[in-house]
Design a protein around this ligand. Structure first.
Ligand SMILES: C[S@@+](CC[C@H](N)C(=O)[O-])C[C@H]1O[C@@H](n2cnc3c(N)ncnc32)[C@H](O)[C@@H]1O
Length: 237
């Protein structure tokens, strides 16, 4: 059999929110690459899919530094991309797991930039964090003529404020470490009442805040925290 690389989306956290296709592929891999948050640390993505991994699959954890040093990050992306290509060239069935959906704010995309679009690459989509948060909080994302924007809170504040004014509905990702500023922007745009925040959606530590004006600016938040804004939906209690 010729080698193949599968980028596999794990979904937002609950093991049964992975797709049937991804679960099937996980059971047949020679090698599985799993990103870990810390060097030598556990991989959340791996903990989500563990039950689907084949008994004979070799698991290789790789650490992607979060540092501001772009040369350091690029060197790791180069190395991991090269290792994936090498394993496929050796005829292996290789997987790379990634949280939520592979094509949304994912380290996988930096690997994809290096690998290109060869025939031996297959990308399996998944449930995004914000699809899970919409479902868990029973808040629709968009309907009819409404616009939906997905915004990273790492964007300049002026861009975030413009998006808050322009769109009917917004997903604000990467809130961690920026909650106080985002809350102030929501207040400035008169949208605090239309917003909710969810952390660790579908994971055991899931938390939801429906009244952001009652959340302290210094509220400790997990890294996986996202805000949904829907201007035309009553934020049900
Ligand atoms: C690197 S991005 C990964 C996005 C992912 N690929 C997706 O499809 O949702 C990390 C951001 O996704 C959001 N996120 C991911 N999983 C989450 C979860 N289970 N609950 C809440 N937010 C989550 C947070 O905003 C976090 O800062």
């Amino acid at each position: 059999m010729s080698g193949k690389l599968y980028a596999l989306s794990t979904g937002p956290g609950a093991a049964d929110l992975i797709t049937v296709r991804a679960a099937r592929i996980l059971g047949s891999l020679d090698i599985l690459y799993a990103p870990a948050g810390r060097k030598g640390g556990d991989s959340l993505a791996l903990s989500i899919v563990r039950e689907y991994v084949g008994a004979k699959t070799e698991i290789r954890c790789c650490h992607f530094p979060m540092s501001a040093d772009s040369a350091e990050k690029e060197a790791v992306w180069d190395d991991v991309a090269a290792a994936l290509v090498q394993a496929v060239t050796a005829g292996k069935q290789v997987g790379f797991i990634t949280l939520g959906d592979a094509m949304l704010f994912s380290t996988w995309v930096f690997l994809l930039q290096r690998i290109g679009c060869p025939d031996w690459l297959d990308i399996v989509p998944g449930v995004t964090s914000f699809a899970a948060i919409a479902a868990r909080s029973k808040t629709p994302l968009a309907m009819e003529q409404q616009s939906l924007a997905v915004v990273s809170c790492t964007a300049p504040e002026a861009d975030i404020l413009r998006a808050l004014h322009q769109h009917d509905s917004l997903v604000l990702m990467k809130v961690y470490g920026r909650f106080a500023r985002i809350k102030a922007l929501l207040k400035q745009a008169g949208l605090l009442e239309c917003a909710l925040m969810m952390s660790e959606a579908t994971l055991p530590g899931e938390q939801c805040w429906r009244h952001l004006n009652e959340v302290n600016d210094d509220q400790p938040l997990p890294y996986f925290s996202t805000i949904l804004v829907n201007k035309q939906w009553e934020n049900a209690q």
